[in-house]
Design a protein around this ligand. Sequence first.
Ligand code: MN
Length: 375
Amino acid sequence: MSEKMWSNSGDSHFIEKPGLWHDFLPKAMADRMPRSERVNDDEEIIHVDGKTFTRALPKLSKKKDAQGRTIGDLVMAAPGARDLDLRMKDLDDEGIWAEIVFSSLGLWENLIEDRELIRAAARAENEYKATEIKGLAPDRLVPVATLPLLSVADAVAEVEHAASIGLHCIGLPTGVPDGVADYHRDDWEPLWAAAEATGMVLAIHIGSDNNGKDNVVYTGPGGAVLNYVETTYGGQKAATKLVASGALDRHPDLKVLVAEGGATWVPQLADRMDEAYRQHGMFVRPTLSRLPSEILFDQVYASFQHDRSAPAALTAMDYQNVMWGSDYPHLEGTYGHSQKTLHELFDDVAAEPSHRMRIGAFKELFPHVSDPPAA
Ligand code: MN
């Protein structure tokens, strides 16, 4: 086995244990929070505050790892998937040092239409994340704060609360809740200002559209691939809105991470946005102080897990904010084969860009994290 290759992860999750909400919310509120009901090997039903939707589960991999273990079985058995105490051993075994930690079921909290409920849940959940998750390894685990997005004022208040208890990033779903202004609208200006002022990174995880519809859009031939690819567009659209509306231009210290959506879309999107900005310039409002490509390349970071072309976004297209992510402990992630994947991706990449994609870009967003052990 070749030498251990450490990497930070721009895309990881904790899986809420059954009954987690009841640990920190009154029962009447906790009963309305997201839960999953497994219906068969292919699908689960998500219940959130009286709403339900079906979600396709990733196909379990039947492939074997280098030791002959079935990867799907290994992932199902990831000891730290729900047990935070075992999580650090998994990370050490896999060669993952610091990681951004998204929710799993919590990604659907923005289906909640009760402003009081989501405000109380976000506050309690962020306290849990700051103590129980970050507290486990403050120099390695970077949990993503939940925001109540039904009210801009509530969102701003929670950004300030989350920052005050030591959280470093806030989660934005790819789509806003129904009835709420979209991300390119000026309504959100106070949130962008608050995030910039508190140094909070905006973390956008693909597939987190508020209504769940971006998870099962297609049935029939090709459906699994169509649906997975569909989930990646939401992150690209959110980034486009933040650049085109001038939000990132007005807040040059505001940083955005689009997680699990690959990396080469960024140079491609940069070209499309510059083309629109120049060739349709007579229609463009607002005017930006920099080209869209410059804003996108400077302030938007993108994480990928297996994509063979992703390192070339940095080495061949000069997009510096490429970041690896494990998606631990999700089935579509790299658990059980992280070292193999890292070596395949980075063995042929020069030391400096390899370090940037594994370690440096992440540390730029979260300078407080420590460095992995020297190889
Ligand atoms: Mn993920």
